[in-house]
Design a protein. Sequence first.
Length: 60
Amino acid sequence: MAVPKSKITPSRRGMRRSHDRLPGATYIEDKDSGELRRPHHIDLKSGKYRGRQVLEPQDD
């Protein structure tokens, strides 16, 4: 005799998938300029990366 699959409610399905979302982007405060930037990325305002001048600073 055929047996139907057990019904999983949308609430239970959502609880199971609650950890599958993408995490939010991480930002850190730059030591020199105080601006927020992504880790391991160039600070676009000052143009520095790890204490070295990589780009020309931008004037706002």
